[in-house]
Write a protein that binds this ligand. Structure first.
Ligand code: GTP
Ligand code: K
Ligand code: MG
Length: 439
């Protein structure tokens, strides 16, 4: 990883679309001279200064492109750790294009997605876990997601993993002492303390892994699938929760065929709510495909909302399904007994809907609320920690010190890949490719 000498890159840091201001970011060797060519003099470091931005071509009159606030961040005190700048332009497309052209003429090139953050990583400004936290912060839609992402971006999660890596390093040093001085009279406590520490570390990792994917679910959002027999009011329920007519409702059984997905926020967690075809035996080929899709979405769901109108709920409901008995406004349905634990509602009249919304929000929170400590948030982290814990478990099974040492080294490596300390070149494209351009 190179520390310096990176070519200058630029990108819009703000989104596309009509706006008052567009922030253009510039970073890399040569940012200073480019800025000077563009606006005459370098502003004071880290102070917003109003400057005219000029295009100067040989043999032509200089052209004023915009008057903009310019910020100059000399290395290393910048996001990337390189010489960087921000241009706060008027956000018109012609202004942005004109300045971009001028930057290209001055030797800069448009940035790849995530390239600024990748440089920040290369310059040791943040580790991989923190970089992923920044990507999540950009994507966070709810307060709960924001909190989790910030805990990762600000290093809380990295400190947990670094703490394990430090303990492992110490354990490895003790193990090596046992290998190097087999005949010395090392007190027997050294080995027993080492084994106890390895077991404690393995258990800490397992406890962190064994969290039912809470952090990963909060990051991604949840899937709640609505199922039930035809005509019980599944689509009506989806529309009520979405507060719009997303799905067709009719008195004809078999109305819904394709699964219909909408995004809602329940309990401060983004949830994809899926309405499905009514479950029944059918000769109709299209409806049968709808039923097949419904069952697929039941399998994928974090929570199944099983709707009935007082008739028997679908058999084979997954454990934890939320039972909803609809149409209690109708006399012929009101006399049915609610299945145990079912919420009785009338989607049409709104009866019981607040209780149902509250129950769904509770469910969403329960599936995602972190327990002790910062949660695991990505499959990449899970894989590395599983690998590390696996090597620790092997190490504990080994009687030969050399083999135990080898397992400990492998456990270290897996942890090192987490924060990006070792062996990560092949990972970088995957991690940074997920970023938007300009970050
Ligand atoms: N009386 C009453 N009718 C309702 C209620 N909820 C839905 N309905 C009616 O029940 C009928 C079926 O509603 P849908 O929402 O299409 O039912 P569905 O379960 O999606 O039906 P399929 O997609 O065909 O499986 C419609 O005529 C709705 O207006 C309710 O709470 N009370
Ligand atoms: K229907
Ligand atoms: Mg329907």
């Amino acid at each position: 990883m190179t520390q310096t000498g990176q070519a200058p890159i630029f990108a819009l840091a703000t989104g596309a679309g009509r706006a008052a201001i567009a922030v253009l970011r510039l970073s890399g060797t040569g940012t200073g001279p480019i800025l000077r060519a563009l606006c005459g003099t370098l502003p004071e470091p880290r102070q917003a200064s109003l400057r005219g931005l000029w295009r100067r071509a040989a043999g032509a009159e200089p052209v004023l492109l915009d008057r903009a606030l310019v910020l100059w961040f000399p290395a290393p005190r910048s996001y990337t750790g390189e010489d960087s700048a921000e241009l706060h332009l008027h956000a018109g497309p012609a202004v942005i294009a004109g300045v971009a052209d001028a930057l290209v003429a001055l030797g800069a090139r448009p940035a790849e997605p995530g390239e600024f953050t990748r440089r920040a990583f290369a310059n040791g400004r943040l580790d991989l876990i923190e970089a992923e936290g920044i990507a999540d912060l950009i994507d966070a839609e709810t307060e709960a997601q924001r909190r989790q992402a910030l805990g990762q971006a600000d290093g809380t999660l990295s400190r947990l993993y670094e703490g394990w890596a430090d303990r492992l390093r110490t354990a490895l040093a003790h193990q090596e002492a046992l290998i190097d001085f087999p005949d010395e009279d090392l007190p027997p406590e050294v080995e027993s303390a080492l084994l106890a520490e390895l077991a404690a570390l393995r258990d800490a990792m397992r406890a962190h892994l064994d969290d039912a994917g809470r952090g990963e679910k909060l990051r991604r959002g949840l899937v709640f699938t609505i199922v039930g027999p035809p005509n019980v009011g599944k689509s009506s329920l989806l529309n009520a929760l979405a507060e719009r007519d997303a799905a067709i409702v009719s008195s004809i059984a078999g109305t819904t065929r394709d699964a219909i997905e909408i995004r809602v926020v329940l309990g401060d967690v983004p949830v994809t709510l899926i309405d499905t075809a009514g479950l029944r035996e059918t000769e109709d080929e299209i409806e049968a495909e709808g039923v097949r899709r419904a069952l697929f979405h039941v399998k994928q769901a974090d929570c199944v909302i099983a709707v009935t109108d007082g008739t028997a709920p679908p058999s084979d409901l997954p454990p934890g399904a939320l039972l909803v008995r609809n149409k209690i406004d109708l006399a012929e349905h009101a006399r049915h007994q609610s299945p145990e634990g079912a919420l009785a509602v009338s989607v049409r009249q709104g009866t019981g809907m607040d209780a149902l919304r509250a129950a769904l929000a509770d469910r969403a929170r329960a599936l995602t609320a972190s327990r002790a400590g910062p949660p695991l948030t990505r499959a990449r982290h899970r894989a590395a920690i599983e690998e590390s814990a696996g090597h620790l478990a092997h190490a504990l099974d080994m009687d030969w010190p050399e083999m135990r040492g080898e397992e400990l080294r492998l456990a270290m490596r897996a942890l090192g890949r987490l924060t990006g300390r070792v062996d990560v070149e092949d990972l970088l494209d995957t991690v940074f490719g997920q970023f938007c351009i300009g970050k």
